[in-house]
Unconditional design. Structure first.
Ligand SMILES: Cc1ncc(C[n+]2csc(CCOP(=O)(O)OP(=O)(O)O)c2C)c(N)n1
Lengths: 343, 320
């Protein structure tokens, strides 16, 4: 067994080792999940469109490492990684994409309308920027209940041009809401490079206008994201008001299913692929566990994803009747989320 | 003359109008070098440059609002919204401002604005990528609403929409974009707004449809002697052509993809009831979408009125 840790750091590492290995497994789960989805699209087994987060795995994994199960998470159109990081089961996400009734939304929502109340995952979103006010409201509901949960809101840099972003940050700041806004800045909204349509280079700069503290982090490095998220979430949880994290990242694949990627160079892509977050995590994990174990983890996760898909595929197709009912709720369907504590 | 699909026909109308009139400007997300989600604006950026083919930030309310201001002050903006389901933030500017500028300014301002969007079920994605909420726009005084159904009328109608001095919402059926081809004359021509076309003549009953459903209504008509009207302009729609046909046949079926409740079919039915009830031999029948969001692709065919359902409506109306 190879042990690279220096004795002085041993105690620290023992605590960290579990985390690093766990984060590696999570990131790998997301990567293999997305690669499988890509494969399924290529073979026509999935229809419509999908947005993969290959290359961006460090952000959800790093942020989620600082969260509790009862914290809220609001996602985007590129949301499979967010859900997996929050504890979503690959089999049930596959089932959702396949339109099976075992899916998290009974096979009615698909990739862009996926929500899991049991995981406090308030949904992927087909509307760019649509989730930002929802996360803000989740933050307000936490504040009204008087507990110490936080709401985390993912969005892309493109979405930060929507009014919803600006309106939400203002509200969150004025009301001191426990919301952590996490911008996954992968530089491109579809074909549009941020620098071409934005007055400021960094999304973080915008937070300042609303009196919100913001920090920029290398979004290809899960450990750095985790470290920052740990601090930020702690401060927000303690009642410090909202915060913004801007993670500089890159999607290795196209925007969606059909994207010739004419708006960026192959050299730029190669440069970013050199920063592959999975490889970095593997290297970090190798500080704690032997190489053979790393290989074992890879094989294990890959097999788990294949099994998850096979299980999902065997599920039952969701029915039209199920799709047509459930438009309105009944009174007894209301689930109290928390009791407002009056002063 | 040449055969083209609707994507090409729309693109040609845009190009010809931009050549003819230097005030016509295209703007939207990814419409420039990228050519847009459906590649409708492909080549326009290279031909007309970044001042007339404008890549915007991701901001529907900002895009539509800016276009309203441009239109009020002499430009003829043609906005592309990537899918109809993304228009709702921009709806605010269309409803609150574009539609009212004419009457608010007591006739001093015009708002010659076109908002184009692919619409309806077509790319096998549920919900917001498959919306058909044309009736919202029809409800608003001051807005015109157009839905082409063939490459030929797509080109001619868009040309008229761009030349029209009012805000026009131009909805392009995503399902038809590349699935049908047709003869399209070279050079510019226009098809007047507010005029329907008789797609097929017949005597037993009248069918009113538009966009994707026009083709389904026609497929279902095999074995029936019915008159099919392609409404093309939904607001204001051609009451004269509809009434003329209903008075001739005495029976009416309206087919649309959108939810039945308060869909445009209700307005067409009310017209027949109000103006031609003495000619009707039986009830007006509507074939429309259920009151639910559009489900995943596998269930689309159950959701969308299909040939079988439309046929049953035809059989039913013929029992009277
Ligand atoms: C209101 C709205 N407008 C446009 C779109 C189409 N669209 C989907 S994703 C996207 C780009 C989003 O960019 P960004 O927020 O940076 O996220 P990324 O895709 O880079 O993860 C666009 C334009 C949409 N889904 N919703």
């Amino acid at each position: 067994m190879r042990q690279k840790i220096k004795p002085v750091e041993a105690a620290l590492a023992a605590a960290g080792a579990l985390n690093v290995v766990e984060m590696y497994k999570k990131a790998l789960t997301i990567r293999y999940f997305e690669e499988k989805v890509d494969w399924l699209f290529g073979r026509g087994k999935l229809g419509g469109t999908t947005h993969l987060c290959i290359g961006q795995e460090a952000v959800p994994v790093g942020v989620a490492s600082a969260l509790r199960a009862d914290d809220y998470m609001v996602s985007t159109h590129r949301g499979h990684g967010h859900l997996i990081a929050k504890g979503g089961e690959p089999a049930r996400i596959f089932a959702e994409l396949l339109g099976k009734s075992e899916g998290y939304c009974k096979g009615r929502g698909g990739t862009q309308h996926l929500c899991v109340m049991g995981l406090n995952f308030l949904g992927t979103n087909g509307i760019t920027g649509g989730g930002i006010p929802i996360a803000t409201g989740a933050g307000l509901s936490i504040k009204l209940s008087g507990d110490d949960r936080v709401a985390v809101c993912f969005f892309g840099e493109g979405a930060s041009n929507q009014g919803t972003f600006h309106e939400s940050l203002n509200m969150a700041s004025v009301w001191k809401l426990p919301v952590v806004y996490v911008c996954e800045n992968n530089m491109y909204a579809m074909s549009t490079r941020f620098a071409r349509i934005s007055a400021s280079d960094d999304v973080a700069a915008r937070a300042g206008a609303y009196g919100i503290e913001a920090a920029i982090v290398d979004g290809m490095d899960a450990l750095k994201v985790a470290e920052l998220a740990g601090k930020v979430v702690g401060r927000v949880r303690a009642g410090g008001g909202p915060a913004l994290i801007e993670a500089k990242t890159y999607r290795f694949c196209g925007h969606s299913k059909s994207d010739p990627r004419t708006y960026r160079t192959r050299e730029e892509e190669e440069m970013w692929k050199g920063k592959d977050p999975i490889k970095r995590l593997a290297a970090a994990a190798a500080e704690f566990i032997p190489g053979s174990e790393i290989e074992g983890i890879k094989r294990g996760v890959l097999a788990m994803i294949e099994d998850a898909y096979d299980a999902a595929e065997k599920g039952s197709d969701s029915s039209t009747d199920a799709a047509l009912d459930g438009v309105y709720a009944k009174r007894e369907d209301i689930v109290p989320q928390g009791n407002i504590q009056s002063a | 003359m040449g055969k083209m699909n609707i994507v090409q026909a729309v693109q040609e109308a845009l190009r010809l109008e931009m050549e003819r009139d230097g005030d016509v400007v295209v703007l939207g997300e990814d419409v420039g070098r990228d050519g847009g989600v459906f590649r409708v604006t492909e080549g326009l950026f290279e031909r007309f440059g970044p001042e007339r083919v404008i890549d915007t930030p991701l901001s529907e309310i900002g895009i539509v609002g800016a276009a309203v201001g441009m239109a009020a002050y002499g430009i003829k903006p043609v906005v592309e919204i990537q899918f109809m389901g993304f228009i709702y933030a921009g709806l605010e500017q269309i409803f609150s401002h574009a539609s009212r500028i004419r009457s608010r300014s007591r006739g001093r301002f015009t708002c010659p604005l076109v908002v184009r969007a692919p619409y309806g079920i077509g790319i096998k994605a549920p919900e917001l990528h498959s919306e058909s909420s044309e009736a919202f726009f029809c409800h608003m005084p001051g807005v015109k609403v157009v839905v082409p159904s063939t490459p030929y009328n797509a080109k001619g109608l868009l040309t008229s929409a761009i030349r029209d001095p009012n805000p026009v919402v131009f909805l392009e059926p995503a399902r038809l974009y590349r699935s049908i081809k047709g003869e399209v004359p070279d050079g510019e021509y226009s098809i007047p707004l507010g005029k329907a076309s008789v797609y097929q003549e017949g005597v037993d009953f009248t069918v009113v449809a538009w966009g994707t459903m026009l083709h389904r209504a026609a497929d279902a008509a095999e074995g029936f002697d019915c008159e099919i009207i392609d409404l093309m302009t939904l607001k204001p729609f051609d009451e004269e052509t509809v009434l003329g046909s209903v008075k001739k046949t005495g029976r009416l079926v309206v087919v649309h993809e959108a939810t039945m409740n308060l869909g445009l079919g209700a307005e067409v039915a009310a017209l027949a009831a109000g103006e031609a009830i003495e000619y009707l031999k039986g009830p007006v029948i509507r074939v429309a979408g259920p009151e639910a969001v559009v489900p995943m692709a596998r269930l689309e065919d159950d959701y969308m009125p299909g040939v079988e359902r439309i046929k049953r409506a035809y059989e039913k109306v013929m029992r009277y």
